[in-house]
Write a protein that binds this ligand. Structure first.
Ligand SMILES: [Zn+2]
Length: 502
């Protein structure tokens, strides 16, 4: 891959119909400005349509940006695919719909493209840069990936879960197919996708249709109540249906394809769906960003069911509820995770994820030879209570062991760490599972009930073991919450990923 500015050089390279070989090149839009953002051109070398995919036009709609970044790794066998995954980088960074620091009337990027009946002129630096790319590639299809705040069928003030098209005949043939494929994955009737006609004036899709004659659509998932991985997958499914219909990808191509592992590229799957709560996924992404080169893609239970773990080196299950995570991925998903680790994949479980890895529940993975302190005890004047619950988030102390310092770094003394009902572990003595190594101990404790007192202090806070060819790291507290402890978590992740799979 190489990078170049979108300038005359781009034009010199771009009469791509002349290129016979498959090629993938990258460039930047609005280079040298605060709006600078990469784009990718994947040319099959075979004649066929040109499809443009854009994500992140609105910064509070992250699924489109993530999906576009993933789609650019698909193998294209016909025509060419042009992808701008993160159109509006400052807005994505800020998590805002509008462009930070931009005055009305230009703050909504998706109203800055040429109006349907007006002159062929985009307004503002970023819209102009993107529009000049669109004009140069002359796309036959434009798919702009967005998100709404609510399901359109439930609340029609939102365009969530719709395909909005700028009318063209080709769209009449394909949109029903796209709706059929996405709606086959949704059981709740009210959450199914519907078609809306007529994109907003000044939107990228409307402009591409009005000025360039492209068949253009805005795909809208719904942010509400749905994990990011799930919405990202919905975008992939709709785009996959179109590209398969156009013959640009081979039938049976999975909708999630990671770049193959380079020398040291770390590919992390971060589960963020059923049973995950709080800021864990976001904080863990921040941790992994420090590991270079690496990438983190969020995955859902549906992705696991599809066999997507095969594409990664490591899977992380963050905080939330272990039993709910287990229920969400189901027995089949749990078998996928076990097989993945057994074959050499890495596993990191944080808090709930460490419950999930345990050997003592019917629903747990039994990939780590620990049990958790979770029996139900009768508490005088309170009633029957499960011992896993110790109350709200608090700070406890932990200290690394000698083995812990080797793996996690030379952190001396006792370290404050956030704790929120993580497992209190002890050996499960499960036959057929190797024992675990203790990397850190709790040196203080929290207890809500009398019967919990003395049961946490000096027990393991972090343990490590092997399962088949893979490595398993279980972390009871939340070191990813503390900026100072993130390097420790990063080292743990790298250790777990350095297994037999490579
Ligand atoms: Zn939007």
């Amino acid at each position: 891959m190489f990078r170049f500015q979108i300038t005359a050089l781009f034009l010199a390279v771009l009469p791509l119909s002349a290129q016979a070989e498959f090629s993938s090149v990258a460039g930047v839009l609005a280079g040298g400005t605060e709006w600078e953002t990469p784009y990718y051109l994947i040319n099959s070398g075979q004649p066929g349509p040109t499809v443009l995919i854009t994500g992140g036009v609105h910064g509070d709609e992250p699924a489109g940006a993530r999906a576009a970044e993933q789609i650019r790794h698909w193998r294209i066998v016909k025509g060419r695919l042009v992808v701008v995954p993160r159109v509006n980088v400052p807005a994505l960074t800020a998590g805002t719909r509008h462009m930070p620091g931009v005055e009305k009337p230009l703050l909504n990027l998706n109203r800055n493209f040429p109006r349907a009946t007006g002159p062929n002129e985009a307004r503002g630096e970023l819209a102009r840069a993107l529009w000049s790319l669109v004009e140069k590639i002359e796309p036959d299809w434009v798919l702009d990936l967005h998100e709404g705040f609510h399901f359109h069928q439930i609340n029609d003030a939102s365009v969530g879960s719709t395909i909005i098209d700028a009318n063209r005949e080709e769209a009449d043939e394909i949109i029903p197919r796209m709706l059929m494929s996405i709606n086959a994955t949704i059981s709740d009737q009210k959450k199914k996708f519907v078609r809306l006609r007529g994109s907003a004036n000044g939107s990228l899709a409307r402009a591409a249709n009005a000025h360039l004659g492209a068949a253009a659509m805005t795909l809208e998932t719904t942010r509400r109540e749905q994990p990011l991985s799930f919405r990202t997958r919905q975008h992939r499914i709709m785009v996959h249906t179109l590209l398969a219909h156009l013959g640009m990808i081979e039938a049976g191509t999975p909708n999630l394809v990671t770049p193959s592992r380079g020398k040291s590229l770390l590919r992390v799957a971060l589960y963020d769906a059923g049973g995950v709560g709080g800021n864990g996924p976001r904080q863990l992404e921040t941790v992994i960003k420090e590991i270079k080169p690496s990438f983190t893609w969020r995955i859902s239970s549906e992705d696991i069911a599809d066999g997507a773990l095969q594409q990664f080196d490591l899977v992380i299950f963050p905080g939330g509820s272990g039993s709910k995570q287990a229920a969400a991925i189901g027995a089949e998903g749990r078998a996928h995770v076990r097989n993945f680790v057994e074959d050499g994949g890495g596993f990191v479980g944080v808090c709930a994820g460490a419950y999930l890895a345990a050997a003592n529940y019917k629903w747990s993975l039994a990939i780590s030879n620990h049990k958790t302190f979770c029996e139900v005890r009768e508490i005088p004047k309170v009633g029957r209570k499960s011992m896993w619950y110790r109350g709200k988030s608090s700070t406890v102390k932990m200290a690394l062991t000698k083995a812990g310092k080797e793996i996690l770094g030379q952190v001396e003394g006792t370290i404050p760490v956030r704790y929120h009902n993580g497992p209190i572990v002890s050996p499960a003595n499960h036959e057929g599972l190797p024992g675990y190594q203790v990397l850190a101990h709790f040196r203080s404790e929290v207890a809500r009930y009398e019967t919990q007192k003395g049961t946490m202090v000096d027990t393991p806070a972090i343990i490590a073991s092997n399962f088949g060819k893979g490595r398993v790291l279980c972390i009871s507290p939340h070191p990813e919450s503390s900026k100072e402890l993130r390097p420790l978590v990063a080292r743990g992740i790298q250790w777990a990923a350095s297994s037999g799979k490579n």
